[in-house]
Design a protein around this ligand. Sequence first.
Ligand SMILES: Nc1nc2c(ncn2[C@@H]2O[C@H](COP(=O)(O)OP(=O)(O)O)[C@@H](O)[C@H]2O)c(=O)[nH]1
Ligand SMILES: [Mg+2]
Length: 236
Amino acid sequence: MKTLVLLCTYNESENIERLCKSILSQNLNLDILVIDDGSPDGTGEIADQLAAASQHIRVLHRPRKSGLGRAISAGFEYAIANDYDACVNMDADMSHDPTELGAMIEHLKISDVVIGSRHIKGGKIIGWPLARQLNHKISNALARYMLGIKSNDVTNSFKAYRIEVLKKVPFQKILDCGFVGHTLLVSAFERLKCSVIEVPSCFIDRHAGKSKMSWDERVGGLKAMLEFRKNFQKQE
Ligand SMILES: Nc1nc2c(ncn2[C@@H]2O[C@H](COP(=O)(O)OP(=O)(O)O)[C@@H](O)[C@H]2O)c(=O)[nH]1
Ligand SMILES: [Mg+2]
């Protein structure tokens, strides 16, 4: 399967090089697309240098910070336009482990979507303070309940998709709402009866750089879930 790994970045200058090298060292014969939203810390320039040194790395520069959902959407569009068979989204802060990529991609042979799951046997979260753990538990449970999602981990953005299945959903519209977009996508896939499976994943909180998840994004996420539920219910 011709596979593209999407790395959305905003101010990840301390992480991007180490992450790209670690991904390529897995020898999975895949390409990486860095989608940088004009990071003021120079992440985009570092990515350009990495791309100049490796034929497996490409960079998409977008002028300003427009949210994780839209960045992922741009990555999907690139993957479709460039005839990839599969793409995997990973956070660019070293929270998602590149050694798990092989299993994620392998499972795409038997499923349309593969979620790197922290909430099945073998998965875990390391390093989050209590407040973040609590916040996560509430958001994950709320999203599963509100959207009727069966998968256990709906908020992890570490996911692999078959390109064919992406073409079945209006991903641009769904991802337009920001961070929560990739969670809404899982709901859309489950409703379309696409196969979605979870493989265990170990999430390690970032050591370098800062989280971009703001309270505005969280409130926006809640609104987006309500809107999505309303729209989908209308269609059913
Ligand atoms: N291109 C782009 N990437 C973003 C944006 N917001 C967040 N990211 C990236 O999305 C990934 C997840 O964000 P992060 O801040 O680590 O979220 P957290 O893990 O929920 O705290 C990281 O690689 C960020 O650099 C954005 O507006 N544009
Ligand atoms: Mg993070």
